[in-house]
Each structure stands twice: as structure tokens, then as C-alpha cells.
Design a protein around this ligand. Structure first.
Ligand SMILES: Cc1cc2nc3c(=O)[nH]c(=O)nc-3n(C[C@H](O)[C@H](O)[C@H](O)COP(=O)(O)OP(=O)(O)OC[C@H]3O[C@@H](n4cnc5c(N)ncnc54)[C@H](O)[C@@H]3O)c2cc1C
Length: 485
């Protein structure tokens, strides 16, 4: 069944351990560093549960027939994939694309794993059964799952097993008839302060002998021993919505997660001490494709928002009709449309994977590589369009409220199309989106959330249909030879 926002917020009172600014936080829903972001997630759940959004956001559970979130749907056709995308896009619009790890991201990852359940069966019937049961559990309870799949940076030139500390990287340190015990760290749990569960596994290839790191397990974020080491909160200093319209409500946070000998029952272990399976779970099953397809849908929405922002800046500064500005906006429009085209293209040229229908891998990786490249460029272009406008804003909303200062603000914040309040609102929004610490973190996010650019380009190389392009060249080469003497 779908949850309401209130039920979601209640579920976070699970005794979790979040460390922030030298202190322990247990209920992110009431803490000034996280509560607005939590409320924004709650709004997504309320949107999903609203009767008028039932068709858009839910489908009938194959087990109970009750309405469950569409993000848990395993599409069997192009039409179902598109319907599912519309729900992902609707949720992305709820944060203007600024929640990278909204609940539908790891839901998409788990859908990919479920579509590839046969890959897990080959690994072991028990592990596959555990995954299947877990999937039903999180779908029926509409849980927010995030993941940590990357090892913490330390010495990147050495594998997990050769780091100074054997348990820098989370590994299995013990096991018994009940389950495994994991110890060590993973980066970088986006959304983990406000999710219910975390999927722990590994993305980078491991080596033979590194079996202790080769596991996949699901852990409740309130489980004993889970330490959520939160990065600085941007929300805590974004006290005014007027001054920080995005960071005051969409700081999803990121955290290193330390597993301090966390016991995980076998029912929550999906991969166990199997190095090749750690790769197969992503790439033989359609997991990696399906989770990153969600990411591209979300990115498409975010680019539409940034394009709208660029246009409003140009209008507000009275430069919208100047030819170089028109061409700049045209360039941004083309880049936004390119991502939309790739999303729609990967759906249209998707493929059957058993009974399921999954997006086209080649186009997905092309989109990932290009997204990482264009985001910083788009940010730079908006900076260029905005000039000093994002900086010449009043220090805070309080300046408008002081009758001594307000007339000066009014006299200096001019635009041919809007009043001073609207002008300041727009430029503060622009700064929050691309220039603030929150905005800067977003640039880092878009460049790295799907892996560094070496690995995404590697995936593009790996999945491209080289035979086809090579054959064309060979055909032309073989159509002529040395001229006859
Ligand atoms: C804001 C943000 C949110 C994130 N959220 C999550 C999350 O929710 N869950 C999660 O699991 N992870 C998350 N990540 C982590 C993300 O997956 C990693 O950042 C990504 O996989 C890259 O790893 P890395 O950061 O260690 O960078 P590295 O892989 O260390 O790369 C950094 C740079 O080092 C160089 N380099 C590294 N390796 C090589 C090599 N072999 N050859 C040549 N050069 C190399 C390159 O210049 C590269 O650009 C997040 C990251 C960010 C920034």
C-alpha cells in the first residue's frame, strides 16, 4: 500500500544514529538541519497517495491487488515503461529535479535486480528467494531505500583488500546461522538521513580473494551499529525560503555510512561472498540500466527547470531579444531536448528481457556520459547570462522588511518586466540553484553520482554496437583496391 507523508515521517523515528556537528541526531523529521527535506519527501508520498494521482502514480500490486507505487512496477511493454516514466517525472518535478536519490531511484535499482532474478538464482536459490521477499516487503510497505555502492576514498590506486585497514571498506567480519556481520565504511549515502533502508554492495570490480567485500545486503537505517556520518547540512543555514528557495527544502544530504559490526539476517543478504556476482547483479541483470534510466528521467526534468530559469533571467534583465542571447538560449534548449530525446529514444528502442521491457543500454550510457559533460557547461552558461545579478541581491529578506532599507532595494533592483521583489526572488533562486554551496554540490553530484567519467565512458564503449559501425567501414574498404596497372 502507498504511504502518506505523515506515515513516512513517523517511520523515521526508528532510533537511528546520525552524527552532525559533533552531536547525535535521531529524528531528522524534527531537526532544523533536515526537517524541511524530510517534509519535501513527505509531500512526494502525499502526492503519490492522492486519489487524483492514483492512475499516474500507482499500479495494482501483483500480490494483493492494492495500489502500490509505480516506481515498483516491472514493465513488460513499451507502454508500461512510458507510464512508469510519467510517474518518475512527476516525482522529479516535486523537487524540480534536485532530489537525486528520491525513493524511486533505488526502487528502480531493485526493480532491475528483480527483472534479473534468474541471475540471482544461478548464484543461489536462497539468496534469490531473499531478494524476492525483500522486494515484496519494500514495495508493499512503500519504503524509501537508498544505497551505498562505492568504497570510501583512501588510496584509490589500491584495491579494497590492500588498504591500510582491512575494514576501511565494509566487509563481512563474522557470520553464523542467523546471518552475516558487516564492518567498515561505504560512501556516499545520499538521502540516507531520511531514507528507511540502505542497500549495501559494491560497484567497482573486486579481485579474487576479496570475497569478504563481495556481498549485497539490505539494512534498516535504524539498525544497531549503523552510523550515519552526515556531511554539513545546507538546510541548517538556509533559514529563509525567500533567500534559499531550493536549499531550504531540497537538501537531500549525503553521508558516509559506517557499519560498526552490524548484524544482517540471511533474509536480507542477496549476494554472498561472490566476486563475479557483484558485477553480474548490475550488468547481467538490467539493474544498472534501470536505475540510471530513472536518473536520466530526473535529469531531464532538472534541465527543463534550469532552461526555464535561464529564460526568466534573460527576460528579467531585458536581454531576451539580443541575438547572442537568443543563440545561447537556443543552445541550452538543444541540450535539454537532447536529453529528453535520449530518454524517449531509450524507451522506443528498448528490448525484451525475458517477460520484461527495459530501456536501450547503448542510449542510456550515451546519455550518462553526455549528462556529466553538459551539466557544468549549462551551469557556466547560466552564470554567463546572469552576470552580477545573482550577487547584487540584498543580503536577506530582512532588507525588504526594514522601512529604512526597503526603498533603496526598491530603487536598485530594477527590471523591464518585474518588480523589485520578483527580481530578487529570481536571482536568489538562480544563485541557490547553481552558485550556492547547495548548487555547487549539485554540480559535483551530476558529475559523479553515476561513477567517474572514466567508468561511464567505459560503459558506453562496452555497450556500443561496434560490429555494425566497423562493418560499414569494411564494406567501403573492400569495394576498391589498388588500381590495375
Ligand atoms: C554528491 C554525490 C552524491 C553521491 N551519492 C552516492 C550514493 O548515493 N551512493 C553511492 O554509493 N555513491 C554515491 N556517490 C559516490 C559516487 O558514486 C562516486 O563519487 C563515484 O563513483 C566516483 O568515485 P569517487 O568519488 O571515489 O571518485 P574516483 O573514482 O576516485 O575518481 C576521481 C578522479 O580520480 C581519477 N581516477 C580515479 N580512478 C582512476 C583510474 N583508475 N584511472 C585514472 N584516473 C582515475 C579521475 O580523475 C577521477 O575523475 C556520490 C557522489 C557525489 C559526489
Amino acid at each position: 500500500m502507498t504511504r502518506t507523508g505523515a506515515q513516512y515521517m513517523e517511520s523515521l523515528r526508528d532510533g537511528r544514529t546520525i552524527y552532525l556537528d559533533g552531536a547525535l541526531v535521531q529524528d531528522p523529521g524534527t531537526h532544523p538541519s533536515y526537517r524541511n527535506a524530510v517534509r519535501s519527501v513527505a509531500r512526494l508520498y502525499d502526492f503519490q497517495a492522492a486519489p487524483e494521482n492514483r492512475e499516474l502514480m500507482t499500479f495494482a500490486s501483483p500480490d494483493t491487488g492494492e495500489a502500490v507505487g509505480r516506481c515498483w512496477q516491472l514493465p513488460t511493454s513499451y507502454e508500461e515503461l512510458v507510464k512508469r516514466r510519467l510517474s518518475l517525472a512527476a516525482w522529479a518535478e516535486g523537487s524540480y529535479g534536485f532530489f537525486g536519490r528520491s525513493p524511486d531511484h533505488v526502487a528502480s535499482c531493485l526493480c532491475g535486480m528483480m527483472m534479473g532474478i534468474d541471475v540471482f538464482r544461478e548464484h543461489g536459490e536462497e539468496r534469490a528467494k531473499a531478494l524476492q521477499n525483500y522486494f515484496v516487503y519494500v514495495r508493499e510497505n512503500d519504503l524509501y531505500v537508498t544505497y551505498v555502492i562505492v568504497n570510501p576514498q583512501a588510496n584509490r590506486s589500491k584495491p579494497a583488500s590492500e588498504q591500510e585497514d582491512e575494514y576501511l571498506v565494509a566487509g563481512i567480519c563474522d557470520e553464523d546461522s542467523q546471518g552475516i556481520t558487516i564492518k567498515g565504511a561505504k560512501m556516499l549515502g545520499t538521502g540516507s538521513v531520511m531514507a528507511n533502508e540502505v542497500l549495501v554492495t559494491t560497484m567497482a570490480p573486486l579481485r579474487e580473494g576479496e570475497e569478504k567485500y563481495a556481498f549485497t545486503a539490505a539494512v534498516p537505517l535504524g539498525a544497531k551499529g549503523v552510523k550515519i556520518l552526515s556531511r554539513k547540512s545546507y538546510e541548517s543555514t538556509a533559514v529563509s525560503e525567500f533567500d534559499n528557495p531550493l536549499s531550504s527544502q531540497f537538501d537531500e544530504n549525503d553521508a558516509v555510512i559506517y557499519f560498526d559490526e552490524v548484524k544482517v539476517p540471511w533474509e536480507r543478504v542477496f549476494v554472498y561472498r561472490d566476486v563475479p556476482m557483484c558485477q553480474a547483479q548490475w550488468h547481467t541483470a538490467p539493474t544498472h540500466v534501470f536505475q540510471n534510466y530513472q536518473a536520466q528521467v530526473r535529469f531531464m526534468v532538472k534541465l527543463r527547470f534550469l532552461l526555464g530559469l535561464a529564460r526568466r533571467i534573460a527576460e528579467t534583465n531585458g536581454i531576451i531579444s539580443i541575438p547572442p542571447v537568443v543563440t545561447t538560449l537556443g543552445q541550452l534548449a538543444a541540450e535539454t531536448s537532447m536529453i529528453e530525446g535520449l530518454v524517449k529514444g531509450m524507451e522506443a528502442s528498448g528490448r525484451q528481457y525475458g517477460p520484461y521491457y527495459v530501456p536501450d543500454t547503448q542510449l542510456l550510457y550515451s546519455a550518462q556520459v553526455l549528462s556529466q559533460q553538459i551539466y557544468p557547461k549549462i551551469v557556466h552558461t547560466i552564470r554567463d547570462l546572469a552576470g552580477g545579478g545573482m550577487i547584487m541581491t540584498p543580503s536577506s529578506v530582512a532588507d525588504f522588511l526594514n522601512p529604512e532599507i526597503a526603498p533603496y532595494v526598491e530603487a536598485t533592483q530594477k527590471s523591464p518586466v518585474v518588480d523589485s521583489i520578483e527580481r530578487v526572488k529570481l536571482f536568489k533562486l538562480a544563485w541557490d540553484a547553481i552558485g550556492s554551496e547547495f548548487g555547487s554540490r549539485h554540480e559535483q553530484y551530476e558529475m559523479f553520482y553515476g561513477g567517474n567519467s572514466i567508468s561511464t565512458r567505459g560503459h558506453a564503449y562496452r555497450t556500443y554496437d561496434w560490429d555494425n559501425v566497423g562493418e560499414m567501414v569494411d564494406r567501403l574498404l573492400s569495394s576498391y583496391d589498388l588500381p590495375q596497372a
